[in-house]
Design a protein around this ligand. Structure first.
Ligand code: GTP
Ligand code: MG
Length: 277
């Protein structure tokens, strides 16, 4: 029924992350939760194209605009009949499809002034059980690095031009598959990603220096994630302090305990989404 109604114009979220992280499973879960009657199910196999879904926020999840409302506020009842809707763009995580899909959609959405495709946040999903593997860690960290660099360029350019100041696009690292006993806890996921991004940044800085050596062209700081010229050790805190981009790492599970309520494992990600709305 809500498909016929106009979607709220400016509540878009982009879902990125390596192949197998659980993005499509998450998208399907959100859809199933918002319209339990729907028989639709997305096949969870490697995605080759992107899908846009419109889903509803559970009525008891606060949004930035209603977080101070009292539980007796009659408008809360209204919310449960007419949930806050937002749109999630699921993208394929395969390395060969990133440039043409996730990355190019991020470029388009984050630079657009069109309210209809205004980006509210980026959900970057990782498989926390697979992150112990060096190759998977490098793959995820490289993708996340590239995503953050695009957001950094957007943030820094905006400061230079006189264009109207918009808020930065926040990033949620959705540390998925916390149900598996081999899963790394969110704290170690954060540390591993930061350490790996630091390595990527170091080799990139060195590459830029080598390339500019003798050419008389100075290396631009904004080419280096963190905008500090690579002086400090990289951390998400550094990125927030230097550039204003907030990255949160929050654990969850799309495939949770079957005894628990449907979707309880993604509750904290929905709370993050709510605070962006
Ligand atoms: P691409 O489309 O290739 O980018 O991958 P994807 O991120 O869409 O992954 P997908 O949703 O297809 O999930 C990959 C596999 O992980 C599937 O077999 C899912 O059932 C499984 N999976 C997703 N979430 C969880 C979870 O929280 N726990 C466990 N144990 N498995 C999960
Ligand atoms: Mg997929």
């Amino acid at each position: 029924f809500y498909r016929s109604a106009a979607a709220p114009p400016s509540s878009n979220f982009l879902l990125l992350g390596s192949s197998g992280a659980g993005k499509t499973a998450f998208t399907s879960l959100l859809e199933a939760k918002s319209s339990p009657a729907s028989k639709k199910s997305h096949l969870t196999h490697t995605s080759q194209s992107s899908t846009l879904v419109t889903v509803g926020l559970p009525p008891d999840v606060p949004t930035a605009s209603n977080r101070y409302r009292s539980v007796n506020d009659p408008s809360l009842k209204e919310t449960s009949r007419n949930p806050v809707r937002y749109r999630v763009q699921d993208t394929p995580g395969h390395g060969k499809l990133r440039a043409s899909q996730g990355i190019s959609q991020l470029q388009a959405m984050s630079h657009s002034n069109d309210a209809k495709i205004k980006l509210r946040g980026v959900l970057f999903m990782v498989d926390t059980a697979a992150l112990v593997d060096e190759t998977t860690l490098r793959d995820s960290a490289t993708y996340l690095h590239d995503v953050l660099l695009i957001l950094q360029k957007r943030a820094l350019n905006k400061g230079k031009s006189s264009a109207k100041v918009a808020t930065e696009v926040p990033v949620l690292v959705a540390a998925n598959k916390q149900d598996l006993f081999t899963a790394l806890p969110p704290g170690s996921v954060r540390e591993k990603l930061e350490a790996e991004i630091d390595r990527i940044r170091k080799s990139k800085t060195k590459g830029l220096l080598d390339a500019s050596a003798g050419s008389g062209v100075e290396t631009e700081d904004d080419e280096v994630l963190g905008n500090d010229g690579g002086l400090e050790r990289f951390s998400f805190k550094l990125l927030e302090e230097e550039v204003g981009i907030k990255v949160d790492v929050v654990g969850g599970a799309v495939k949770g305990d079957p005894n628990e309520e449907l979707g309880s494992g993604v509750r904290r990600w929905e709370e993050w989404v709510g605070l962006c709305l």
